[in-house]
Ligand binder design. Sequence first.
Ligand code: ATP
Length: 606
Amino acid sequence: MTTNTVASKIPFSDLCKLCEKVSCAKKPHKQEILKKYIKYFRDYAEKFTSESPQVDTSFYPVMRLLLPQLDRERGPYGVKEHTLAVIYIRILCLPKGEIDAEKLLNYRAPKSGGSQAGDFADVAYWILKRKCPDKGNLTVENVNNYLDNIALKNASNDRRGMELELIQMLKDMSAFDQKWLIRILLKDMKLGLGQTSIFNAFHLDAKDLYDVSNSLEKICNMLKDPNHRLHELEVEIFSPFRPMLAEQCSIQKVEECFKRHSLFYVETKHDGERFQLHYKNNTFKYFSRNGFEYTEVYGSSSYKGGLSPQLAKCISKNITSCIIDGEMMVWDKRKKFFRTKGENIEVKALKESSGLKPCFCVFDVLMYNDQVVTNKPLEDRYALLKEIFIPEEGVVMLTERTKVTSKEEVISHINQAIDSKLEGIMMKQPMSVYKPNNRKAGWYKIKPEYTEGLMDHLDTIIMGGYYGEGRRSGFISHFLVGLAVPNTEGDPVEFHSLTRVGSGYTMTKLEELLSKMDPHWNRVVPGVRPSGLEWAREKPDVWIEPQKSYILQIKATEIVDSRQNAFKTNYTLRFPRVEDIRYDKKWSDCMTLAEFEDLRKNAEGK
Ligand code: ATP
């Protein structure tokens, strides 16, 4: 079928030649080659329109083949290297064990893949070269039609139909065309030219428009003229945008942040999956960070899906439309807490029977009753966000946020986050506007590992325990650990408290440790200090005799002064985490205060 489009006039082989030229060119020339091609396309399209005005001149059919990984209009093809290998072996009638069949099946192995090993498209090309026509006769439009059909057949689980479409297409292609088709199918073009360079070659506003729309089609249709610049780029309802990102920030950098701004917000850093919800007149659409739609999973209206029916009840009556940004989390209905990514639970495929459900933790708003609010400062957006819905535990929750005015406050929030087994915190500048896909616009992610000077591990002894709160109430979740102070003979007779630690281990590891310690805990009685255990203001709920205790190997970022006489050693650790429980070591193998002093002085000297 040929239609009145420029794409129907472009031989697919020409596009393949362009790709080959770009991929072989030296880095500085790649973009120029592409620019020349796009100019040629535009000139041709103009000439064509003057002859027949109804013609579709969009570059989209070409763009989606150049950037197959960003094509959101077509579903997945269900084609991987192995599928292609099997199909080629069948259509080329290659006997089992024959060298070419082996090369296709084991394309990664240097032995069978030959000099092209590792790249399936290249391996296939050298095999097909001897067996296929020299010239292909498909147009860009034909190839797109075939790819549409393949995606449709794959979506309806029609494997046979999918393969027939593919085979039909391959019959009309040269080996060279097939090499590039394979790369399109595998969504890895290996052009050596990044997507931003491809966008810039097309139009200077292409990248920004992609960030707010996630649509190659929109870019190609709205930016046909390279000299026409867009003034306002706005998010649109039901069109996925690229969410704003955060810059990595170390504690050292936090200090610099406070030199520039006196106030920041600290937010919980959720451990889920970034999602955006678009809502208008009882229609819901959910998109992932990369613009994939998951409305089927969460529900397109208040009548269906795993989240929308409950969420609809929380949306305020005066809200007609909104776009909100947040993190989709896994909520444990029975235990009433969030499960973490580390548990490998897929938030996009939760079963009713699992006792787990999705809960949307929202931290930003981009549209409020048809008004785009991305240019309002975060503090104003946050005020609007609070009006959109009434939070309900396990359905939709507002991300917790506190104001901070000093580095010390930020550090205390990180410590709390680590205590609660979170990997870090988010810090945001209250006046920042929402910039899609931007990582340097006023949002920071702070994790202990971004902080320089990570120290060696320390073997500390458990002196006491603290009962947990919330989900961890009723059992010991944190420990007071200390260092040994030997007598003149070198025997550890006293232990001085150093820090409190409550993260790093898994639940299973903690349970195993607690079961060993359980019979030996003693309640701390005010005013009574067990002999040999020296703590200061920071007192545990229960204590344990050193001889019955265990060694925790701890990693921290820094040794710092212990404030307000909190720990006996007068020092403490910043961001302590348990690396290992050393059952192989005896209680007396605990690090001594003198060894610790050496470490501290060494670290100071760095
Ligand atoms: P990045 O998203 O920055 O590329 P990443 O995917 O490796 O990096 P992290 O470094 O762990 O993720 O953290 C950043 C991510 O944290 C964000 O993309 C977002 O999905 C998530 N996040 C969690 N809580 C928040 C929050 N309160 N505000 C913004 N983002 C948050």
